[in-house]
Design a protein around this ligand. Structure first.
Ligand code: 5GP
Ligand code: MN
Length: 340
């Protein structure tokens, strides 16, 4: 991972000079968002007194264990506190996001009003300009990028277990247990160094991946057996779930994590989508297993979103039925293959 001359020095100076440090990540946080945020929190806590982590909304229960011993605020539950904290912040770290809008409308408004020194660490394409930008779109995850930044910053390869555990979690969740974004050998050196701290990989894997509720497993079964639409000619598929369907399975934050990837398990599918009616909008996830199908471009062009070439997300405020109709048309016309 290459670093621009001066960026690490600038970061070291910020850490030496600034007092009120806040880490922030994206709305609907996942393992990489919470992993990178908590790892950075623990690292900064070794150096500074006043560090806080702001998470826009609820954390999936499978990664809740990372929040142990972290000072954090869920902004959607206590917006006043989150806002107050941001107003006092003189050093802001943005992780797993490439701009403010990924934090949700309410936090975005506050972020636009304040002007702390800002450091971004991320692996999404197209970061906005901030004081220091560590943007690595080729990294598996923001957690991998954070490990590299901390390594440069401290000269160390092995970090305390609370940091290693968090970074390991983000790498595993963002690569689907090392099944994508995992072709660069340097990643395995990072993982080896994380394990050298003494964390137990198999135990963490169990925590992240094998703690489904019965409802969550039933929802997955229902989505695949009853709701999967396959378009063999277009090599595409999608699943759409209404708010009522989610409610029938007592949906909790995180229950749909990974569901979209099941569509790609079909040999005959290269592009797929998961649509779910949540938080008064239609949340969309897109996946591709062919680099010529750039779902980041597709999400940006049509669905008010973005992400990566092979994994992206978007949203719509139209009714689910209409979104399904539009997406179906896009699939028939192969509009998911966006040319420049
Ligand atoms: P997921 O489908 O797992 O929610 O998201 C897949 C990837 O796309 C993640 O890297 C996520 O950060 C990104 N992503 C999801 N939703 C959005 C969105 O609305 N806007 C942008 N820019 N990226 C998104
Ligand atoms: Mn990520």
């Amino acid at each position: 991972m290459k670093f621009k001359r001066g960026d690490i020095l600038k970061l070291q100076n910020y850490i030496a000079e600034k007092q009120t440090v806040t880490v922030i990540t994206h709305y609907n946080p996942d393992g990489d968002a919470v992993g990178s945020g908590t790892a950075l929190f623990h690292y900064l806590k070794l150096l500074l007194k006043d560090v806080h982590f702001i998470i826009p909304n609820n954390v999936p229960y499978s990664i809740n264990f990372l929040l142990q011993d972290v000072d954090y605020t869920i902004a959607e539950r206590d917006f006043k506190k989150a806002k107050q904290r941001l107003m006092q912040t003189d050093l802001l770290f943005m992780v797993d996001i490439n701009n403010y809008s990924r934090c949700g409308d309410n936090l975005e408004r506050v972020l636009k009003e304040i002007s702390p020194s800002t450091v971004l660490i991320d692996h999404h394409v197209g970061p906005q300009a901030y004081d220091v930008v560590f943007s690595y779109p080729d990294a598996s995850s923001t957690c991998e990028a954070v490990w590299n930044v901390l390594n440069r910053l401290s000269g160390k390869k092995i970090f305390p277990q609370n940091i290693s555990r968090a970074l390991y979690t983000g790498i595993m969740t963002d690569t689907g247990s090392l099944s994508f974004s995992c072709n660069h050998p340097e990643l395995y050196t990072v993982i080896a160094n994380l394990l050298k701290s003494g964390i137990v990989a198999s135990k963490i894997n169990q925590k992240i991946f094998d703690t489904y509720s019965a409802d969550r497993l039933s929802l997955l079964g229902y989505a695949i057996s009853k709701k999967l639409k396959v378009f063999p000619k277009q090599r595409a598929a999608f699943i759409a779930l209404s708010a009522k369907e989610l409610n029938d399975f007592h949906y909790q934050a995180g229950d749909l994590e990974g569901v979209v990837n099941y569509c790609l398990k079909l040999e005959q599918v290269d592009f797929c989508a998961l649509l779910s009616e949540r938080d008064n909008k239609i949340r969309m996830s897109f996946r591709s297993k062919d680099e010529s199908i750039d779902v980041n471009k597709f999400a940006m062009k049509y669905w008010n979103g973005g992400g990566h070439v092979m994994a992206s997300g978007g949203k719509s405020f139209l009714p689910l039925k209409q979104v399904v109709e539009i997406l179906t048309k896009q699939i028939y016309n192969k509009e998911f293959i966006v040319r420049n």
